[in-house]
Design a protein around this ligand. Structure first.
Ligand SMILES: Nc1ncnc2c1ncn2[C@@H]1O[C@H](COP(=O)(O)OP(=O)(O)OP(=O)(O)O)[C@@H](O)[C@H]1O
Length: 242
C-alpha cells in the first residue's frame, strides 16, 4: 500500500486575475480524518477538485491512493467517494431512485443502496422527490450517494452547512463511523467546533496558500490560544463566519 492516501505538491490554479490556489502542498495518511479550513474564497474547493481529479492544475501534481489525480484514472473512481452538491441530483427522481441510480453506475446491488438510505436516516423519505427534501435531508442523501460504492477515500465539501444542530450531530456520528471503519475522510468546513471534534489534523488555508497544518489541539497550544477559532483568527486575521 502506498505511504499516503493523498499527496499534493506545489498545486497552482489561476482563474483570470484570481490566483485561487497558490502553491499548495499537503499529505493525508491512510485512515486519517483531515480538515481543510479557510475563509470564503481561500481556495479550499478548488484544491479539493484538483485532488479529486475534477480539475487540472496549472502547476503541481496530486496523487490519490498512489495514483495521479490527473489525467483521471477510471480505476480510481470506484475507490473514491465525492459528495456532490444537492444540485447535482438527477432531476425529479425520488431519494430511493437517486441512490439506486448511483448504485447501478457502480454495479452495486440495490439492497446496499437501501441500507445506505437507512444509515443516513432517510428510509422514511425514500419515496420523496429530490426537490421536496429539506436542506439537511438533501445533504444526507448526497453523502449516502458518495458512500454507496464503499470508497476507501471520501471527500466532503462543507457537509453540514445548513443543517440544524441535531442533524449536524447525526452526521458527525456517521462520519466518525465511516472513518473508524478505516476510510480516509477529507472535508472542508466552516465550523471550528466540527473541525475540532472530527479531525485528526487540519490545514488552515487563506489566499490560496496553506498557512499551517496540525492536530487542532497542537495548533491551539503552538499559538498559545484557547480554541481553534482563535487559531483561525490569528492566522487569517478574520472571523470564520460567512
Ligand atoms: N470556476 C471559477 N472561475 C473563476 N473563478 C473561480 C472559479 N472557481 C473559484 N474561483 C475563485 O477562486 C477563488 C477560490 O475559490 P474556492 O471556491 O476554491 O474557495 P473556497 O475556499 O472553497 O471558498 P468557499 O468557502 O466560499 O466555498 C475565489 O476567489 C473564487 O471566486
Amino acid at each position: 500500500m502506498p505511504e499516503n492516501a493523498i499527496r499534493a505538491e506545489g498545486l497552482r490554479k489561476r482563474y483570470g486575475e484570481t490566483q485561487a490556489v497558490d502553491g499548495v502542498s499537503f499529505e493525508v495518511e491512510h485512515g486519517e480524518f483531515y480538515g481543510i479550513l479557510g475563509p470564503n474564497g481561500a481556495g479550499k474547493t478548488t484544491t479539493m477538485e484538483i485532488v479529486e481529479g475534477l480539475r487540472e492544475p496549472d502547476e503541481g501534481t496530486a496523487q490519490i491512493l498512489g495514483l495521479p489525480s490527473w489525467p483521471r484514472d477510471r480505476g480510481l473512481l470506484r475507490r473514491i467517494g465525492v459528495q456532490l452538491q444537492a444540485s447535482a441530483f438527477f432531476e425529479r427522481l425520488t431519494a430511493r431512485e437517486q441512490i439506486h441510480t448511483f448504485a447501478a453506475l457502480y454495479d452495486i446491488p440495490a439492497s446496499r443502496a437501501d441500507n445506505m438510505l437507512e444509515t443516513v436516516g432517510l428510509t422514511d423519505k425514500a419515496g420523496t422527490r429530490e426537490d421536496k427534501l429539506s436542506g439537511g435531508q438533501a445533504q444526507r442523501l448526497s453523502i449516502a450517494c458518495a458512500l454507496v460504492h464503499d470508497p476507501e477515500l471520501v471527500f466532503l465539501d462543507e457537509p453540514t452547512t445548513g443543517l440544524d444542530p441535531q442533524a449536524r450531530r447525526n452526521l458527525w456520528d456517521l462520519l466518525r463511523k465511516i472513518n473508524s471503519e478505516g476510510r480516509t475522510v477529507v472535508l472542508t468546513t466552516h465550523y471550528m467546533d466540527e473541525a475540532e471534534t472530527l479531525c485528526d489534523r487540519v490545514a488552515v488555508m487563506d489566499n490560496g496558500k496553506v498557512l499551517r497544518v496540525g492536530p487542532p489541539q497542537d495548533l491551539v497550544q503552538e499559538l498559545g490560544v484557547s480554541t481553534l477559532e482563535d487559531v483561525f483568527l490569528q492566522l487569517t486575521g478574520r472571523e470564520y463566519r460567512e
